[in-house]
Design a protein around this ligand. Structure first.
Ligand SMILES: *[C@@H]1O[C@H](CO)[C@@H](O)[C@H](O)[C@H]1NC(C)=O
Ligand SMILES: *[C@@H]1O[C@H](CO)[C@@H](O)[C@H](O)[C@H]1NC(C)=O
Ligand SMILES: *[C@@H]1O[C@H](CO)[C@@H](O)[C@H](O)[C@H]1NC(C)=O
Ligand SMILES: *[C@@H]1O[C@H](CO)[C@@H](O)[C@H](O)[C@H]1NC(C)=O
Length: 402
């Protein structure tokens, strides 16, 4: 099981050692034949179109200069009528990307299900992942490019993306769906910008993670290693990006040993292999991990050791310089008024039930909560029973609030 973690780290090493374009736009398609699902080697728009949906690509520039790739499914498969549809924005998890919402077949991928249900679906990509590696002035080979964590995703990415969508569609408001770190940055954005929060009709938080001292995932546990050692391995730039030459072998491995790959995913994220379509694990590993900054990993490492959902802790002296106080400022999620619906899983190794029990009472306007005892962290996006158990309910709430 540790081989995957070693692989993640080795990708980190290669990445820190020298950035080579991680763009998968020009990958060698010849691997396709050997993997079961051709979507492994497609880019986001290609996957959308492969399943018969219209797709659009946009670049959204944040206030601090990052250029994010945002994808849109403006209509359903059999419905080319792009008249006014309510906009729904979907933000992926830690180390994920926009493909997380369209990894399965149309009937069990939330992105496609929502498009067919009459919504204008927008898929975000966090700064620093496979598709969002551009900046107005910085390059990924520079350390400065990687000085961000989920704090900046909440502070800059989410507001830029939501404002762009509302502007583009001419709508006054938008729905927000965040999985894992996508919920984390949602909480931060809606706490920091109450005016923006007012324009979010409902915040759907799937397996939200804030302070996570009870997280049991090996991916969290491995960060218990001493800081100097982690720095030595990971460096100061990006980590866990895919390396082109490994993508072929890894997807092939998961085509031949699909059950093994499903077990690894469950080992990392919790949940049961029975709820994963193991015939699609090549697709899952074909696009994940999509990479992030080492700074983001270190910010998570801090939240795994505290009960306080707070900004990055630089140590009291540096904190004073940065925040004008010795302790990092906390994100006061109690102040968020946005109607919020939460789904949680009993086997979730990132959003542990103990941490969830602390988070839920802090959500002031909790309109809905449902807990699935058997679910792990990936069942929200990939679980075979997710459409009947959760997606239908999401659509029911969307309809109620529109
Ligand atoms: C994705 O692929 C399509 C068609 O092959 C291409 O037109 C588009 O530019 C690609 N998008 C990105 C972000 O590379
Ligand atoms: C909104 O769109 C208009 C053009 O349609 C553009 O001029 C304006 O800068 C946009 N505003 C924001 C905040 O993106
Ligand atoms: C599982 O994935 C395979 C391969 O993509 C697909 O043919 C099959 O229909 C999927 N099964 C379900 C239940 O989605
Ligand atoms: C820093 O904090 C002190 C006391 O909390 C306050 O009086 C001062 O105005 C703050 N300075 C800045 C630059 O915000």
């Amino acid at each position: 099981m540790w081989c995957l973690l070693v692989l993640l780290c080795s990708q980190g090493v290669a990445f820190s050692a020298g950035f080579t374009s991680a763009s998968t736009a020009d990958v060698d398609i010849s691997h396709c034949k050997k993997s079961r699902n051709p979507e492994c080697f497609m880019n986001v728009s290609e996957i959308i179109r492969y399943h018969g949906y219209p797709s659009e690509e946009y670049e959204v520039t944040t206030e601090d200069g990052y250029i994010l790739a945002v994808y849109r499914i403006p209509a359903g498969r059999n419905d080319r009528n792009t008249g006014q549809r309510p906009a729904v924005f979907l933000q992926h998890a830690f180390l994920g990307d926009a493909t997380h919402w369209i990894s399965n077949l149309p009937s069990n991928s939330l992105g496609f299900v929502l498009a067919d249900a009459g919504y204008d679906v927008w898929l975000g990509n966090s700064r620093g992942n496979t598709w969002s590696l551009k900046h107005k002035t910085l390059k990924p080979c520079q350390k400065e490019f990687w000085q961000f964590s989920f704090n900046e995703m909440g502070k800059y990415d989410i507001p830029a993306e939501l404002n762009f969508i509302m502007n583009k569609t001419g709508q006054k408001d938008v729905f927000y769906i965040g999985h894992s770190e996508g919920s984390t940055s949602g909480f931060i954005a809606f706490y920091m910008y109450p005016e923006l929060a007012k324009r979010v009709k409902v915040f759907f938080a799937l397996g939200p993670v804030t302070a996570c001292p009870h997280a049991t995932s090996p991916l969290v546990k491995i960060t218990n290693l001493p800081e100097p050692l982690l720095r030595l391995v990971l460096g100061y730039k990006g980590a866990a990006h895919q390396i082109k030459f490994l993508k072929g072998p890894v997807t092939q491995l998961c085509t031949s040993l699909d059950k093994f790959c499903a077990h690894i995913l469950c080992y990392i994220a919790g949940g049961s292999v029975k709820n994963i379509n193991s015939s699609r694990t090549d697709m899952y590993v074909g696009h994940s991990p999509a990479g992030t900054s080492v700074h983001d990993i270190f910010h998570w490492r801090q939240l795994a050791h505290t009960d306080r959902f707070q900004a990055y802790d630089y140590g009291s002296k540096e904190n004073m310089k940065k925040y004008n106080q010795t302790a990092p400022p906390a994100y006061k999620i109690e102040e968020i008024k946005t109607p919020t619906a939460v789904w949680s899983g009993g086997q979730d190794t990132f959003a542990d039930p103990t941490d969830m029990a602390r988070l839920l009472p802090r959500i002031t306007n909790l309109i809905y909560h449902e807990h699935f005892p058997a679910w792990g962290h990936l069942d929200f996006i990939w679980g075979l029973d997710a459409p009947e158990k959760m997606y239908l309910k999401i659509i029911e709430i969307l309809r109620k609030y529109f």
